[in-house]
Write a protein that binds this ligand. Structure first.
Ligand code: G1P
Ligand code: ZN
Length: 544
């Protein structure tokens, strides 16, 4: 087979963010842009005898073309064995599982997660290592460094592979396996949850549900598992066909973007349970009849009830949450006498803790929940966990949530995002916040007194690597917090995220609207960061 060496020039902007390299499709379509980055990944990996890779994506525009290019560059770089989802499709958690199950060297995920898709929207690429988890920073730093000096890449002269037909294709010593994207994943879920019990309540209508796949990758997964296997009536999974542009929407499961589903659940037609997932299937939003469960609460409730699912009945080793995620899970961990870790934002920081079995469950406020079953967050897994809890407890979602709060107190929580802020203004806001930190402790503002104010830095307990500047924290003496950080996944300007959290132990106050309960903290946040004053905005772009 002919291998060609193509001369190229470095692009200065190939630094992976919170979750891989994300850019506009048009950026990826520039000459050699994708090729450079893929070559930078392969050239940075240590020599290994393992020449196998998993490849799949969320089906967004450019997924197929990118898959073909990646295979050709991988072949030129010595890879011989490929596991690829039919039509180039695989959810992010499914890729993680396949890497682990078939012991490949790693995998490439083509996705920009919840960002919109289409010719004028976003694309992304992410490398996952042999544990199944996202490449840690040591890797992504190397990818970026290589991309800065790259002068050529290698590409095999191959016909495009047939992505549509299941089965094996052999080209010389190259073996390509096109697999059903759902089979292995469905088998894994059946090993963790009580499918017989779930079927008995779902197929009989005792537990009614609605799942919004948002025209993205979980459509085929949810249709197979919820409808075909567990017997939910046809049509329980809506927006089930993955589209290259996600129907023109943001495939982001939150109250703003999954609005129809949210409206349904606060109407007379509400089902017992509803959920949505994002572009690549790793996020989840949980709703019950007349209630939205924050991702932070969802993690805490799953941890508190983990023993109800067969895969976790033997107990969990510990829990972790990202720093801006509410402290609800900490309270459960304390009561259960479990270790609890606080990590920087981004799933990659959970990898070492999961590998070392320091934790079994972890989650982020950004609609991400997961466990040691894979090394990514997993949307449908969280949905099945909730269904398993509901089936076992035979109680409505709202009762489970309110009883949880009554026992542990409620961490009233909300995130305000200011998107597409001018980068200079955003950096000035962060500098302004930093300049105040040393003087804040001990000062009182309205009914709050600052306990500590710092910039979060994390030392990984397993490999001792240090990650600095991971967000600004202002913690108050009553346990409330305001956190500020800049997004690492946006593709236009900067996004300022403000995370607001108020602890409320008094059960008579648990029914409050979060925006009312958090009003004072919201004002204080503006006082500290001046985002409205500096940008002229009057309100956040998105409130979740
Ligand atoms: C966002 C979320 C973060 C999540 C990441 C990838 O990153 O905040 O929790 O891990 O997407 O899904 P951010 O844009 O805040 O850097
Ligand atoms: Zn995602």
């Amino acid at each position: 087979m002919q291998i060609n060496t193509i001369q190229t020039q470095a692009y200065s902007d190939q630094k992976p963010g919170t979750s891989g390299l994300r850019k506009k499709v048009k950026v990826f379509q520039q000459d050699h842009y994708l090729e450079n980055f893929v070559q930078s990944i392969f050239s940075s990996l240590e020599e290994s005898d393992n020449k196998s890779l998993v490849i799949g994506g969320d089906g967004r525009y450019f997924n197929r073309e990118a898959t073909q290019i990646i295979v050709k560059i991988a072949v030129a770089n010595g890879f011989t064995d490929f596991i690829i989802g039919q039509d180039g499709l695989l959810s992010t958690p499914a890729v993680s599982h396949l890497i682990r199950k078939y012991k490949t060297l790693g995998g490439l995920i083509l996705s920009a997660s919840h960002n919109p898709g289409g010719p004028d929207e976003d694309f992304g690429i992410k490398y996952n290592i042999s544990s199944g988890g996202p490449a840690p920073e040591q890797y992504t730093d190397d990818f970026f460094a290589y991309s800065q000096t790259i002068s050529s890449y290698q590409i095999a002269e191959l016909d495009d592979i047939d992505l549509n037909t299941l089965g094996e294709q052999t080209i010389g010593n190259i073996n390509i396996r096109i697999i059903d994207p759902v089979d292995d994943y469905a088998e894994l879920m059946a090993s963790l949850f009580d499918f017989d019990l779930l079927k008995s309540v779902i197929s009989t209508g005792k537990l009614s549900l609605r799942f919004d796949a948002m025209h993205a990758i979980t459509g085929p997964y949810a249709s197979r598992i919820l409808e075909d296997i567990l017997g939910a009536p046809k049509g329980s999974v809506i927006n089930a066909i993955p589209l290259e542009d996600f129907g023109g929407h943001h495939p982001d499961p939150n109250l703003a973007h999954a609005k129809e589903l949210a409206e349904l659940m606060f109407s007379a037609d509400a089902t017992d349970f509803a959920a949505a997932s994002d572009g690549d299937g790793d996020r989840n939003m949980i709703l019950g009849n007349n209630i939205f469960v924050t991702p932070s609460d969802s993690l805490a409730i799953i941890a508190a009830n983990a023993q109800l699912a067969p895969g976790y009945a033997a107990g969990i080793s510990g829990v972790a949450r990202s720093m801006p995620t509410s402290q609800a899970v900490d309270r459960v961990a304390k009561a259960m006498n479990l270790p609890c870790f606080e990590t920087p934002t981004g799933w990659k920081f959970f990898g070492n803790l999961l590998d070392a079995d320091k934790i079994t469950l972890c989650g982020e406020e950004s609609f991400g929940t997961g466990s040691s079953h894979v090394r990514e967050k997993d949307g449908l897994w969280a949905v099945l966990f909730w269904l398993n809890i509901l089936a076992k407890k035979a109680q409505p979602v709202s009762q489970i949530v309110h009883e949880h709060w009554a026992k542990y107190g409620r961490d009233i929580y909300c995130r305000h995002d200011y998107e597409a802020v001018d980068t200079e203004i955003a950096n000035a806001i962060m500098d302004h916040l930093r300049s105040q930190l040393s003087a804040l402790a001990g000062q009182s503002f309205a009914s709050y007194t600052v306990d500590y104010a710092d910039e979060f830095s994390y030392t990984d307990p397993i490999d001792n690597s240090v990650s600095e500047q991971q967000g600004i924290r202002i913690g108050f003496t009553d346990g409330s917090r305001i956190i500020f950080r800049l997004s690492g996944t946006g593709t236009v300007g900067a996004t300022l995220r403000i995370y607001l959290e108020k602890y409320e132990a008094d059960a008579t106050k648990h029914a409050q609207d979060p925006q009312d309960a958090l009003a004072e903290l919201i004002e204080l946040a503006e006082q500290f960061c001046q985002v409205k004053q500096r940008t002229g905005r009057v309100e956040p772009t998105v409130i979740t």
